[in-house]
Design a protein around this ligand. Structure first.
Ligand code: KG4
Ligand code: ZN
Length: 326
């Protein structure tokens, strides 16, 4: 079963080709990060326009990389939400056109589900039930994956997403955009005892809150005799990693999970991957680094487990929770 997956929910125009939900044949990502860097964040209108320019060249490049022809494909998968409406529309309309022209079924995929399924493109198959920590620029959620396509919320952020907190802290520290990789790099130059920044534990809840930490970074950076940016970056990263790892492992334990799945752009963070692996009694899965941030291969992988084709009048869902409300 050969699936071509299209992803345009934010600022990456991405297409992947995956066999049987597991075997990666192509993964082409045209990132607009450099374009949005001067604004310090993604500008939705700019993103949509560039998706239009990049879309067909990226489809062609992915097909060429896979060594397959359109006739070899069994389905076209696409992110239908959640994400930026204008950006999603470019991917969805492209997918509809290809599905119609090539006479193949169209499969609608939830972007968050795609992030979770990036783990099926790694070496080992994750045992279920699993607890997934989905941490990206727009989301911070702990989700129980009972079986394929069956999810329940165990925790979520009450304010900023983890990636958003990384991006905002990096902006305050003048480290550039996207902030996650910039903070991780800067923190490597910090000494052994970076400043201790606050953790929002919220009692026994597995929800997150990062807005207080963001304010603490701002206040420390503006204080007299402020520590160097590298020191604050290290203190910030340690606080985020501590809270994410502690709550995920607590939720996994309570749910009797057989594995922990790390997903979303923040899953690329080395200290987070290390903290979870060191502290977890069950196997921790994390996608290969290039498959943590937005890509089309994860959409193709998730689509393998979806039943039923979507109609060609399918619309985007800018807001689309992965699980029913708690
Ligand atoms: O999943 P993604 O590519 O896009 C969304 O769906 O939002 O995630 C992007 C987010 C950004 O906030 C970025 O700063 C963060 O992931 N990120 C990281 C790292 N690489 C990307 N955060 C921490 N450490 C990293 N190495
Ligand atoms: Zn994403």
């Amino acid at each position: 079963m050969l699936i071509l997956g299209i992803e345009t929910s934010c600022d990456e125009t991405a297409v992947g080709v995956v066999a049987d939900g597991r075997r990666l044949l192509a993964n082409v990502v045209a990132s607009q990060a450099a374009l949005h860097a001067r604004y310090g964040g993604v500008v939705p209108e700019v993103a949509s326009r560039h998706h239009i320019e990049a879309m067909l060249p990226v489809v062609r490049a992915a097909l060429a990389e896979s060594g397959k022809r359109p006739a070899d494909l069994d389905a076209i998968a696409v992110t239908a939400g959640p994400g930026l409406a204008g950006a999603l529309l470019v991917g969805l309309n492209t997918a509809k056109a290809l599905a119609y022209a090539w006479d193949r079924p169209l499969i609608a995929v939830n972007h968050l589900e795609g992030h979770v399924y990036a783990n099926w493109l790694a070496a080992a198959t994750p045992p279920l039930p699993a607890v997934a920590l989905i941490v990206s620029g727009g989301h911070s959620e702990i989700v129980l994956v009972e079986e394929h396509g069956c999810y329940a919320y165990l925790g979520r952020t009450r304010d900023d997403a983890a990636g958003e907190a990384f991006d905002k802290a990096a902006r305050v520290l003048g480290l550039g955009f996207p902030g996650g990789p910039a903070i991780e790099r800067a923190a490597r130059d910090a000494g052994p005892r970076p400043p201790r920044l606050p953790r929002a534990w919220l009692g026994a809840s597995n929800d997150f809150s990062f807005s207080g930490l963001k304010t603490a970074v701002l206040n420390l950076a503006r204080s007299e005799g402020a520590p160097a940016a590298a020191e604050i970056a290290a203190g910030f990263q340690a606080a985020v990693v501590d809270v994410l790892a502690t709550k995920t492992l607590r939720a996994a334990d309570a749910a009797g999970a057989r594995s922990v799945l790390l997903s979303g752009g923040v899953a690329a963070n080395g200290p987070l991957r290390a903290a979870l692996s060191e502290r977890s009694p069950v196997p921790v899965c994390a996608p290969p680094l290039p498959l943590c941030t937005d890509n089309g291969a994860m959409i193709a992988a998730a689509a393998f487990y979806r039943d039923g084709a979507a109609a060609l009048d399918l619309d985007i869902r800018a807001s689309w929770p992965i699980a029913p409300p708690r």
